[in-house]
Design a binder for this molecule. Structure first.
Ligand SMILES: [Zn+2]
Length: 230
């Protein structure tokens, strides 16, 4: 397999390869998922970035992850409106119909959404400009150095967890103990997820963490004492 999709024919070859090589080995699994339906336990809200590969990171197979991805891995504020909110619809469906047991919000290093939130989007990108306002509260009033951007990327993940708690069905299930929230920050160059620890108010490398992330049951306090909460 080549590293890049360089031509339409390459894409066609990959489709054929899936059908002829992969599918026969896993046909029963797919058949069961059709017969029994899907029962994923996890809603994965991730950035659209091509370098973030949820199945690789979690070792999940077909039927295990219900995924919604968008620019920045943002969660729109729950405002009771009935617009075309794809991410909001996915959250409602996952919690109310699929009854997932955990929600993961996964941001990452070198996130273009955060960089553009600082630098500004092209004039023509009206939807993108509006969407990136969802990062405003995570932005720092400093020159966007690599360190500041990294901190902002992490703050953005925590912001989305806070916003999730404003969804009535999410809060209800979290408080009932049937749903857990997990904030993840993927450092591409290290190949490691750092999980948000609500008690520590910080992200901890998965290699040394004793859990896969905890939700925002208390305000997120930065080292400089600044409290980030909605
Ligand atoms: Zn991103």
């Amino acid at each position: 397999m080549t590293d890049n999709l360089t031509a339409p024919d390459e894409l066609l070859l990959r489709l054929r390869r899936f059908h002829s090589d992969y599918f026969p080995l896993h046909q029963q699994r797919f058949q069961d998922l059709v017969t029994d339906g899907q029962h994923p336990k996890t809603l994965f809200i991730g950035c659209s970035d091509s370098r973030l590969v949820p199945y690789l990171l979690t070792g999940a197979g077909p039927g295990e992850l219900f995924i919604v991805r968008n620019v920045g891995a943002f969660v729109p504020p729950y405002d009771g409106s009935h617009g075309l909110h794809g991410t909001m619809a996915a959250i409602e469906f996952a919690v109310l119909s699929l009854k997932v047991e955990r929600i993961i919000v996964c941001g990452h290093s070198h996130c273009g959404a955060i960089r553009v939130a600082y630098e500004g989007a092209p004039e023509e990108a009206v939807a993108l400009k509006a969407w990136l306002k969802l990062a405003d509260e995570a932005l720092l009033p400093v020159q966007p150095s690599p360190e500041a951007i990294s901190r902002t990327e992490q703050r953005a993940v925590v912001l989305q967890l806070e916003r999730l708690m404003a969804y009535p069905m999410v809060r209800r299930e979290v408080e009932a103990g049937t749903l857990t929230l997990h904030g993840w920050y993927y450092i591409i160059e290290d190949g490691e997820i750092h999980v948000f620890d609500a008690q520590k108010g910080d992200f901890v490398a998965a290699s040394v963490s004793d859990h896969s992330g905890t939700g925002p049951y208390q305000p997120y306090v930065e080292y400089d004492g600044q409290i980030l909460s909605l």
